[in-house]
Design a protein around this ligand. Sequence first.
Ligand code: GSF
Length: 202
Amino acid sequence: MKLIGSLTSPYVRKARIVLAEKKIDYDFVLESPWAEGSAVVKFNPLGKVPVLVLDDDSTLFDSRVIVEYLDNMTPNNKLFPASGRERITVKRWEALADGICDAAATAFLEGKRAKKLQDPQWIERQRGKIALGLEALAGDVGEAPWCFGNSLSLADVAVGSALGYLSFRFADIDWPTQYPNLARLNAKLLARPSFADTVPHD
Ligand code: GSF
């Protein structure tokens, strides 16, 4: 099994953390979706990473599909509750964390365009989503030790990936000072090799 991805993507990181937590062997294939002539489109018509290539050469995307597949692959270290309302609650956490990443990635890409092409209102709109998203995450975490339940779940994986991406791309957003509970959760997650080994970098 191969995971195609970059070292910067929070969505790829989610998949890598799940693979590590579940102790599933795989080959990591570094591929930037932005590189000229990138091979990513051969595996995902949308040209986005992550893509999981299974041993029969079939492909899975996007990250939400991949992490659910991986969690079902092995019975150990389950990251999703089995079914029902609890499973949906964890997926809601993931939707919120991924949504923060979507807004952050959109704002980052807009900020990379030539100054005269940039739309400051568009960037502000995305920053508004990040700010309200963080407020919601912090409110939902409260003083609980984990995002959901009594152990690590996919909710923590998604939230940790989103927080790491914000620190990586938006150093001016001082979420650790603003939300000490998120900072505490993040520090606890980073004590795990699965998180520490996948901190985004160029
Ligand atoms: C998002 C993947 C994505 O946008 C998922 O897998 O969860 N909902 C999808 N990946 C970016 C890299 S990054 O911003 O994380 C990507 O591959 N972008 C290339 C493109 O052409 O949009």
